[in-house]
Design a protein around this ligand. Structure first.
Ligand code: PDD
Length: 285
């Protein structure tokens, strides 16, 4: 475990980091977060993640605290203080509306300083053998709110939906909204049909994933057919391949959905190809 964390201007051991019970993140889940992968000690797509962090802050009306370069400086300092040189980790960044003197739904007036917390944690990756075997997922109705493009720390629906996957020996819960598969409880969604990679179009009902964006870019650069299209539950069941993607999962192949075998139950050739391209991109950084 990486033990030095950043909290409101200080670098302290994680076990000694303290925040007030009056922090609005604690009382209301009033804040946003980001997760940035660190591969071989290097940040992966940090600019895109930090830009999304700024958009999330704007969407919930928290005044920008730092410029992107300032976040990057803190992250570099964290990597140094934790002696991260070649490891795979992820950076967790959380910004809340700050600490108020009373509990009121309304924003504190005058406004208070946002609370900023950052830590490093281990990136737990599936083994090569696990990836080659594929994973199981389940589907559930999407019980979240309508502003899922904001990366809010109010994650209770995601937490409960994700736990249902675990209760069903699965790795992820794919969320269905108005009959369409939108994304996972903490990942984006792709399927493959007749040689075409498909992912649901960006909307306020999903988080525009940075990994999703990169996969679209890499597919286009490598002439793999890809399009953004709505995916119904029936489309999913009759897919040739299903993948879920995120900064912490990379590209995970799903071979069993709601206890139904997808295609022949093996990880597909398009996944193999995209996985190799994705890994090559990371190794070249
Ligand atoms: N989750 N959709 C949701 C609801 C997510 O929570 C995530 C990521 C993604 C994928 O986004 P990205 O590719 O930028 O990681 C999509 C992070 C990893 C988490 O909450 O742990």
């Amino acid at each position: 475990m990486s033990s030095i964390v950043y909290l409101n201007g200080e670098y302290v051991p994680r076990s000694e980091a303290r925040i007030s019970v009056m922090d609005r993140g604690f009382l209301f889940g009033d804040g946003i977060y980001e997760i940035i992968g660190v591969y071989n000690g290097r940040l992966f797509r940090s600019e895109q993640h930090l830009e999304r962090l700024q958009r999330s802050l704007m969407a919930i009306k928290i005044e920008h605290q730092f410029r992107i370069e300032e976040y990057e400086q803190i992250i570099q300092e964290l990597l140094e203080q934790n002696n991260i040189t070649t490891e795979n980790k992820y950076i967790y960044i959380q910004v809340t509306r700050g600490i108020s003197t009373t509990r009121s739904h309304n924003f504190p007036k005058p406004s208070v300083k946002p609370s900023i917390f950052m830590m490093l944690d281990d990136l737990v990756r599936p083994s090569f053998a696990q990836l080659q075997k594929g994973f199981k997922a389940i589907t559930r109705e999407d019980s979240r709110w309508k502003d899922c493009f904001i990366k809010t720390i109010s994650l209770l629906p995601n937490v409960l939906l994700s736990e249902e996957a675990i209760e069903n020996d699965a790795t992820e819960t794919i969320l269905i909204h108005n009959g369409y598969a939108i994304e996972g409880s903490n990942s984006n969604l792709f399927n493959v049909k007749n040689g075409v990679i498909i992912t649901p179009p960006k909307s306020e009902h999903m988080l525009g994933g940075i990994t999703r964006e990169l996969i679209i870019e890499l597919a286009q650069q490598n002439n793999l057919p890809i399009k953004e299209n709505n995916i119904t539950l029936n489309d999913l069941y009759s897919s040739d391949e299903i993948w879920v993607t995120s900064a912490s999962r990379d590209i995970m192949p799903i071979v069993n959905l709601d206890d139904q075998i997808i295609a022949n139950g093996q990880v597909g050739p398009m996944w193999q190809q995209m996985q190799t391209i994705f890994q090559g991109y990371k190794d070249a950084l």
